[in-house]
Ligand binder design. Structure first.
Ligand code: PEP
Ligand code: CA
Length: 462
């Protein structure tokens, strides 16, 4: 970029992570929008609010290269209005990515995305009204021009799409979740889907199964976080007892890593969940074990390859079904490889009743509405994981929310293994009315989302 081009960029906005504005709007992050209330934050019609207020427009658009929790470069977007309201979001990245996800970045990575953004996109966003999420996301996809977002990258469009919603929330003076189309009128807080042992692609030397989860429900998010942290600690204590001389590590999502088999790890998780559940049940807290198998990661030539057994697809369905029964699993994600709709359907009809346990498709659906439509038709699960950057826009993610709602399925809003310290996922989980939020338990970038839920719950006007 030449010095001349650089001088034409809008200034880097100050303090994107400014502290909450005050007790009345903790979720709105207080970065200085005009704080007038809109007639209705729930309508997303044409670009005027009830015809009485002029619609704000985007005056500046900026993209930065920042880094995620694994130290990989990613995109952070800033959109602002002339009056100084600022929307901001950075995009996380996966390691066990689904084959049908959009591309995170174009070939050449973040620098190419930034250069294309500057050359082809930034100017087109200037003047765009702030209250047309669908139109904004359509424009992003049009400007990319490919179905897999390989020109700009799904992480670039994700950062812009969420920053755009964040900008609207600042202009309207409401928390982000209230500025998301279709949000409920009252917040309902999701269960915590907290990963306490890491394996698979997120850990070196751990079990094949990727995530051992404390599925935690409580009267408020603070109690749920306390219980999930207690499970994390109890698991750590047991692992230390099991490996008194060995070193214990932590994986990409802050869970423990130990050299144990998949079933041994589940034993440890199960004991810890029961212990914490029994201690806190009288306070209305429920903790049950769950798994994200991320089964595509250990699927080789038609077989599921564990260190101590190799299973064909029917064997895998029978094995997971047995685990559900024996351990009372509340949550089972990606029990089969990412193309096996029929296997998901077999497991669901065999082992799930009335949405319990949640049989969740992540790599299977990659937040793509067309894939979810097929899954709904075929009964392949009863819940869908939502990761905005798998599909690249908030609007396409909202399509999945709507499809799931109509089909009687649950949604779970999810982080990525390479996370950013943003808290927008907490707002999305509330806006989507999700049954769960999957964001890990420990680590600054994970606890940022949990703390945001705590703040929202503490606000008199969340
Ligand atoms: C997951 O598989 O659910 C996950 C969060 O991992 P990743 O971001 O690596 O896809
Ligand atoms: Ca997963």
């Amino acid at each position: 970029m030449s010095p001349e081009e650089r001088s034409q960029l809008p200034p880097i906005p100050p303090a994107p992570h400014a502290p909450p504005a005050g007790p009345t709007a903790p979720g709105s992050a207080g970065t200085g929008g005009s704080r007038r209330a809109p007639p209705s934050p729930f309508s997303h019609g044409p670009s005027t609010h009830g015809g009485s207020l002029p619609s704000a427009i985007i005056a500046h658009a900026r993209l930065l290269r920042v880094f995620d929790s694994r130290g990989n470069a990613t995109a952070e977007a800033y959109l602002s209005t002339a009056s100084g309201a600022l929307g901001h979001a950075a995009a996380p990245s996966g390691a066990s990515t689904g084959a049908t996800e959009v591309h995170a970045f174009p070939e050449g990575g973040v620098p190419v995305a930034l250069e294309r953004f500057q050359r082809k996109v930034a100017e087109r966003l200037i003047g765009f009204p702030i209250d047309d999420q669908d139109g904004f996301d359509r424009l992003l996809k049009e400007l990319d021009g490919t179905s897999e977002l390989s020109n700009l990258g799904g992480n670039t469009t994700t950062a812009l799409s969420i920053a755009y919603a964040d900008l609207r929330s600042k202009v309207w003076g409401v928390p982000l979740w209230r500025a998301i189309p279709g949000c409920p009128s009252e917040p309902r807080f999701p269960a915590l889907v907290g990963n306490v042992i890491n394996g698979g692609a997120h850990a070196v030397g751990g079990p094949e199964i990727q995530e051992y989860i404390a599925f935690t429900e409580a009267p408020d998010p603070g109690k749920a976080v306390e219980a999930a942290v207690a499970v994390h600690r109890a698991v750590g204590k047991r692992l230390r007892e099991k490996f008194p001389k060995g070193a214990l590590g932590r994986g990409d999502e802050g869970g423990w890593v130990a050299p144990i088999s998949s079933v041994e790890a589940l034993e440890v998780l199960s004991v810890a969940c029961h212990e914490v559940h029994d201690e806190r049940h009288a306070q209305g807290v429920s903790v049950r074990p769950g798994l994200d198998l991320a089964a595509s990661e250990f699927y080789r030539k038609g077989r599921y390859v564990y260190r101590d057994q190799t299973l064909d697809p029917d064997g895998q369905v029978a094995f997971v079904s047995k685990l559900i029964e024996r351990y009372g699993l509340a949550y089972v994600e990606d029990p089969l490889e990412e193309g096996d709709f029929a296997g998901f359907a077999r497991l669901t009809s065999r082992s799930a009743r009335g949405g319990n346990p949640l049989i969740v498709g992540d790599d299977l659906y990659t937040t793509h509405p067309a894939r979810l439509e097929r899954g709904l038709r075929e009964g392949a699960g009863n819940a869908v994981l939502l990761k905005v950057n798998q599909v690249g826009t908030l609007t396409d993610t909202l399509r999945c929310v709507e499809l799931a709602r109509k089909g009687g399925w649950s949604t779970v809003a999810s982080h990525r293994s390479g996370e950013v310290p943003d808290a927008w996922l907490a707002h999305l989980s509330v806006a989507f009315g999700s049954r769960g939020i999957k964001c890990g338990v420990l680590g600054g970038e994970r606890i940022a989302k949990l703390n945001e839920l705590v703040r929202l719950a503490a606000s008199p006007t969340p």
